[in-house]
Design a protein around this ligand. Structure first.
Ligand code: AMP
Ligand code: GLY
Length: 429
C-alpha cells in the first residue's frame, strides 16, 4: 500500500505516526516533511497548494490513499483533482470544504438545517454591518467569512470596537477573506472540539478534546494556532455526545449532501457548550491542530480502516473507533510567536517513556541534527491512565526539550484540573 500525506505540521506528523502503526508495511510519502517526519517517509517536493501538481504526482505514483491535512488545499479543490485522477482521497471536495472556507455558507447551511449556533447576519456593506452590530450590542463577534489562518474571528467587548473591526475587514484588512463579514451573538461556555469521520452520510465520532488558543497561561494574550490540548474532557457524557450527533453533525451532513456536496473526510465541529446546550462556533473541514496530537495516541483501533472506507467509497458501516487512556499535549513555540519569530535554533529532545514528540516547525539539517523552522515547533503528548498523570508528564517533557527562546504554557488542561479539584472537594454523603 502507498499512502500520501499532504501537509507537514504537527497534525500531519501525528497522522503519519498512527497510520504507520496501522499499516507497518506501507510506503509513506509526505509533501515537504518536517524534521520529525523526514526519517519515516519519502519526501515529495511539492507545495500543498499546488493542487494540479500533487494530483498528477499521486496518480503517477499509484497512491492507494491520499490524506489531506490542511484546509487551504481542500478549499482549492485538491480532493476533487485527486478524484478526477482516480486517486482514493480522504478529504472533502471544495464544495463540501466551504463549511470551513466560507463562514457565511456555514452559517446559512446551519440556519437552514436548524443546527444550534449563534444568532448572526452576513454583511458585505459597512453601514448595514454597523446597524446590525448596534442592534446586537456588546459583546459581539465579528468574523471575516473566508479563510484567515485562524485570525479572522474577533470577539469585541464594545460596539465601537466591533464597528471598527467590521469596517477594517470590509475595507480589505483580510484581503478577499473579508469581502463578507459574519456578525454574531457572543456565546458563553466551554469550548469543545469534536472530530467526526464522515463518509458523506454516516459518521463515526472521535474522542472530544479541548484546545487552548491563547498564547498566555489562564487563556490570556493573543490567539495562536493552538498551544495545547487534552482528551478526554471530563464533562462530556454519552448524552452530550448523542445530542451533538443528532442535533449538529447528522443534520449538517444531510444538508451538505442535499446541497450536492456530500462531506467525505474529517468534519471538525468547534462547539460552545452553553447553558442551552451545545452550539456550533465553527466547522472545520479537516483535523484540528493540536487536538489531533492528543486524540490519535488514544485511538486503540485502526484509523486506516475507516479512512480507506471513506476514500474508496465503501462506507463506514461497521467501523467503530475505540479510545483508551488520557493524553495531554503541550505545544512548544519559538520566541516571538504568535508574532514574528526566531528560526534556526538547534533542538535537543530527551526521550521519555509514554511521551510522543510530534514535530511541526522543525528541519533536519543533518542526520540527528534538528533546528527550529516555524512558530509552533513541537507538540509533546504524554499518555497515561488518568488525566493528572498525563498532565504532569506532558509538563515535565515540555520542560526537558531544549531550544533557545522556547515558550510553552504550563497550564494545559487547567479547566480539567479545576473540575477535578472541585469534584474532590464536593462533600459526599
Ligand atoms: P473561529 O475562528 O470561528 O473558531 O473563532 C475563534 C475563537 O473565537 C473561538 O474558538 C472562540 O474562542 C471565539 N469565538 C468565535 N465565535 C464566538 C462566539 N459566537 N461566541 C463566543 N466566542 C466565539
Ligand atoms: N485547533 C484549532 C484548529 O485546528 O483550527
Amino acid at each position: 500500500m502507498r499512502i500520501l500525506i499532504v501537509g507537514n505540521g504537527g497534525r500531519e506528523h501525528a497522522l503519519l505516526w498512527k497510520l504507520r502503526i496501522d499499516a507497518p508495511d506501507a510506503a509513506f510519502f509526505v509533501t515537504r516533511p518536517n524534521g520529525g517526519m523526514a526519517g519515516l517517509c519519502t519526501g515529495v517536493d511539492l507545495s500543498p497548494e499546488d493542487v494540479d501538481g500533487i494530483a498528477a504526482w499521486a496518480a503517477g505514483a499509484r497512491i492507494d490513499l491520499a490524506v489531506i491535512g490542511p484546509e487551504a488545499p481542500l478549499a482549492a479543490g485538491l480532493a476533487d483533482r485527486m478524484t478526477d485522477a482516480g486517486v482514493p482521497v480522504f478529504g472533502p471536495s471544495a464544495g463540501a470544504a466551504r463549511i470551513e472556507s466560507s463562514k457565511a455558507f456555514a452559517k446559512d447551511l446551519m440556519a437552514g438545517a436548524g443546527v444550534p449556533t449563534a444568532a448572526y447576519e452576513v454583511h458585505s456593506e459597512p453601514d448595514a454591518a454597523e446597524a446590525f452590530i448596534r442592534s446586537m450590542g456588546a459583546p459581539v463577534v465579528v468574523k471575516a467569512s473566508g479563510l484567515a489562518a485562524g485570525k479572522g474571528a474577533v470577539v469585541c467587548d464594545t460596539v465601537a470596537g466591533a464597528v471598527e473591526t467590521a469596517r477594517q475587514m470590509l475595507g480589505g484588512a483580510f484581503g478577499a477573506a473579508g469581502t463578507q463579514v459574519v456578525v454574531e451573538e457572543h456565546m458563553e461556555g466551554e469550548e469543545l472540539s469534536v472530530f467526526c469521520i464522515a463518509d458523506g452520510e454516516a459518521f463515526a465520532t472521535m474522542l472530544p478534546s479541548q484546545d487552548h488558543k491563547r498564547i498566555g497561561e489562564g487563556d490570556t494574550g493573543p490567539n495562536t494556532g493552538g498551544m495545547g490540548a487534552y482528551a478526554p474532557v471530563g464533562f462530556v457524557t454519552e448524552a452530550l455526545l448523542a445530542e451533538v450527533g443528532d442535533r449538529i453533525v447528522a443534520p449538517t451532513l444531510r444538508a451538505l449532501a442535499d446541497a450536492g456536496h456530500p462531506f467525505r473526510g474529517l468534519l471538525y465541529a468547534g462547539l460552545m457548550i452553553t447553558a442551552e446546550g451545545p452550539k456550533v462556533v465553527e466547522f472545520n473541514c479537516r483535523f484540528g491542530d493540536p487536538e489531533t496530537q492528543a486524540v490519535l495516541p488514544l485511538l486503540a483501533s485502526s484509523l486506516l480502516a475507516p479512512m480507506l472506507a471513506v476514500a474508496e467509497g465503501t462506507g463506514l458501516n461497521g467501523h467503530t473507533l475505540d479510545f483508551r487512556d488520557a493524553a495531554v499535549t503541550t505545544v512548544l513555540a519559538a520566541e516571538g510567536y504568535p508574532g514574528s519569530y526566531v528560526k534556526g535554533q538547534s533542538i535537543s529532545i530527551p526521550r521519555r517513556k509514554g511521551v510522543h514528540v510530534f514535530h511541526a516547525g522543525t528541519s533536519a539539517v543533518a542526520p540527528g541534527s534538528l533546528v527550529t523552522s516555524g512558530g509552533r515547533v513541537l507538540a509533546v503528548t504524554a499518555v497515561a491512565a488518568g488525566f493528572e498523570a498525563a498532565r504532569d508528564a506532558s509538563r515535565a517533557a515540555a520542560e526537558d526539550v531544549e531550544f533557545e527562546g522556547k515558550q510553552f504554557r504550563n497550564d494545559i488542561g487547567w479547566r480539567e484540573s479545576e473540575r477535578r479539584h472541585r469534584s474532590r472537594r464536593r462533600p459526599t454523603r
